[in-house]
Design a binder for this molecule. Sequence first.
Ligand SMILES: [Zn+2]
Length: 65
Amino acid sequence: MANYIVFACPKCGMIRYAREGQKTAKCLKCGYQIRMDPTGVRVLAKAKDARDAVELVKLYKAKLK
Ligand SMILES: [Zn+2]
């Protein structure tokens, strides 16, 4: 089963998730090409599946408000 990571866009702070092991992810808000490694992104949480990841994204978005 794939693992997912929850992270914030380093440019605009948009919270999103992606599959672990993915090399890059484009930010849906600002279009920034995020590098999926420890130098390019700060991992907020890890999830075991996509549904879990969606819940975590919601949680972190609520936290930031
Ligand atoms: Zn962004």
